[in-house]
Design a protein around this ligand. Sequence first.
Ligand code: CP3
Length: 342
Amino acid sequence: MAHDAPLLAALNGDRPDTAPIWFMRQAGRSLPEYRELRVGTRMLDACLTPDLAAEITLQPVRRHGVDAGIFFSDIVVPLRLAGVEVEIEPGRGPVFASPVRTPADVEKLTSIDPDVVAEHAGPIRDAVAAVVAELGDVPLIGFAGAPFTLAAYLVEGGPSKEHLRARAMMAGDPASWHKLAGWLARVSHAFLEAQIGAGASAVQLFDSWAGSLSPDFYREYIQPHSTTALAGHDVPVIHFGVGTGPFLADMRLGGLADAVGVDWRLPLDEAAAIVGGDTTLQGNIDPAMLQAPWEILEAHVRDVLRRGEAARAHIVNLGHGVPPDTDPAVLTRIVDLAHGAE
Ligand code: CP3
């Protein structure tokens, strides 16, 4: 069992001998063994093929010796399970056949019972169970997309820079917005439950695009729904977003989040002063630094570790995901440094 694992200790507010470390997007294109396995299989098909999803999840744990696996899947997988027509286009991201923009679109989508996600989650449960059996003492982190980050794709119909259409729905038709976000929260909740039920030891909610919101919009239109997605699970939870410095305290969700993720813009000692003494921090190595000469990267990682000491506990990670062109040997070296072996 993974109960004494450093990651879970840190989520519980303890400081294990060395700070636990894992990387967002550690599975994926930075690994040649991943690129090889993915040849000829579409992203969402890979996510729904249990053997493949399990093997891809395990690859970075074996290679880097990180303190956690993150389940290989995608934030739009539960929407696919609910019957929504979605594909992930290489180099672009999630694309929806029918954007959800009008009150009628919202009515139609939300008439789908979110419980169908649980009914169709067999491949997710099988993959998670296979991973957990292989990982032994290393915990598996399950994840889901936060309602806003999912809506940012769904309302637009695909990736966008400022997520204007989703934010315009909040401003112009709050009733439709709350209906849509409430439904997305239940879909993500069901996706998290499937992973927890099959053995995930912790979960992370990704609100990657929350930084496009003002603090007032965040509190009014997002926070209640992200709370719904994360409430009532019996494992520790991490809440992550990019550019959330202006409302970092709100990312605690009133104490529901055991840990809050911080991007590279906000030094961890400043973040610790904002979230206070009852929240673990996760982050915040700048992904751009992965390209720098080792001496510069090493000094940056040591600075992150030192500033992380201001938090009640620290989970070392990047400020956002691993860029696809990252040299994986650099990631392994960062793990060794965090573990005190450099
Ligand atoms: O290793 C891990 O972190 C676990 C796997 C994971 C993926 N997506 C795999 C993936 C996780 C946690 C996600 C979440 C996700 N998906 C988020 C939130 C995290 C973040 O990075 O902010 C978002 C915004 C998405 C939506 C999405 N899916 C995008 C923007 C893209 C990139 C499109 C591209 O090709 O550049 C994807 C595709 C995706 N998800 C890939 C992977 C490994 C690449 C697909 C491929 O290999 O072809």
